[in-house]
Design a protein around this ligand. Structure first.
Ligand code: NAP
Ligand code: GDD
Length: 323
């Protein structure tokens, strides 16, 4: 039985990936913060349907010895490094802690693996935010990085560290350059879930308006359940490589709003207001991925279209409030 270790298992992607690997017959271990074990009802909520089948270990991305001891105990065949301060907006408020978590944390994970399990296959969670102010559309594995946020900078550094461990120490480290992916398990601070959760509360009469920032930003939005499958496929290849994972379709925040309100029988123009506090000091205006390499080498393709994704999230949030 293969052994997988996931950092960030409590997050959106970690929870889908854990489920996927359990289905494939893996022994699945996850690193969680100690506070999560102390407050499982809230902090382990995304794992609630299958938590009995997982092995959870307390460690912190900021403390090398804690990671060292978990990797040493688990001896993983595959290590999925997903943990990160992942909210772009917050990275402008506290760049220092974002760098500590995302850069030092990634460095610690790679170094633990090098010292303890050099043959382990490692996935690094790269991001389309690394393209930032992209010089071409669509973006591929060859597109230049021009990050526009501390978060984006931290991911470029994590990506470079991963490539350097691959080249310098001949380790199997693959990075996914994943475009935005969403689901009913998405955190409420991200724009898609913010919109669908507000739609549900507006529909029930609990709220009267939805304050947003830049409605014209465009993102290539896919379904998280599809994207974690690509992470696993990357670690099953003969050689470690980097892959863009995207749908090849881009939509604006405004279009997401329009559709989400329509699914609830409402007109977004009656409720959406713009609020300067939700604008960013530097914005990424347009992301659109070309996942041709992933299709050809991994055999990966997205299964959920934009409209289905929006409907899935709106219906989930309506049901959540009704229950
Ligand atoms: P998420 O829902 O925000 O989950 C982040 C995970 O990281 C959580 O499990 C969180 O634990 C953990 N974490 C954060 N800081 C930590 C720390 N200091 N020590 C230990 N654990 C820590 O993110 P996601 O959407 O699943 O994304 C997974 C990864 O993919 C992230 O690296 C993200 O940057 C990257 N990514 C995401 C997308 C996307 O669209 N979703 C696209 C490209 C790349 P707690 O639950 O305890 O907070
Ligand atoms: N969060 C948020 N809240 N975003 C808003 C709002 C708002 O009220 N109003 C407009 N937006 C715009 C943002 O300015 C951005 O252009 C877009 O909506 C998407 O924002 P987020 O959903 O916060 O996602 P993100 O694109 O910044 O980052 C996500 O995707 C990256 C991959 O490209 C995160 O999941 C990152 O971790 C991930 O790497």
């Amino acid at each position: 039985m293969k052994v997988a270790l996931i950092t960030g298992i409590t997050g959106q992607d970690g929870s889908y990936l854990a489920e996927h690997l359990l289905d494939l017959g893996y022994e699945v271990h996850g690193i969680v913060r100690r506070v999560a074990l102390e407050d499982p009802t809230h902090r382990l909520q995304r794992l609630s349907g299958f938590i009995d089948r997982l092995h959870l270990h307390a460690a912190s991305l900021e403390r090398f010895p804690s990671l060292f001891s978990v990797v040493s105990e688990v001896q993983p065949d595959e290590l999925y490094h997903l943990a990160a301060q992942s909210f772009v907006s917050y990275s402008f408020d506290d760049a220092f802690s974002t760098f500590r978590t995302n850069i030092d944390g990634t460095h610690f994970v790679l170094e633990c693996a090098k010292q303890l399990v050099p043959k382990c296959r490692i996935y690094f969670a790269g991001s389309s935010e690394m393209f930032g102010h992209a010089n071409e559309v669509p973006q591929t594995e060859k597109t230049r990085f021009y990050p526009r946020s501390p978060y984006g900078i931290s991911k470029v550094t994590g990506f470079d560290l991963s490539r350097n461990y691959r080249e310098a120490y001949k380790m199997f480290v693959a990075s996914g350059i994943l475009f935005n992916h969403e689901s009913p398990r998405r955190g409420f601070e991200f724009v898609t879930r913010k919109i669908t959760s507000y739609v549900a509360r507006i529909k029930r009469g609990e709220l009267k308006e939805l304050p947003l920032g830049n409605l014209d930003a465009k993102r290539d939005w896919g379904f998280a359940g599809d994207y974690v499958q690509a992470m696993h496929l990357m670690l099953q290849q003969d050689c470690p490589e980097d892959f863009v994972i995207a749908t090849g379709e881009t939509n604006s925040v405004r279009e997401f709003c329009q559709l989400a309100f329509e699914f609830a029988g409402l007109n977004y123009e009656d409720y959406v207001v713009t609020d300067p506090q939700f604008y960013r000091p530097a914005e990424v205006h347009l992301l659109l991925g070309d996942a041709t390499k992933s299709k050809e080498i991994l055999g990966w393709e997205p299964t959920i279209k934009f409209e289905e994704l929006v409907e899935m999230m709106v219906m989930h949030d309506l049901d959540l409030l009704a229950s």
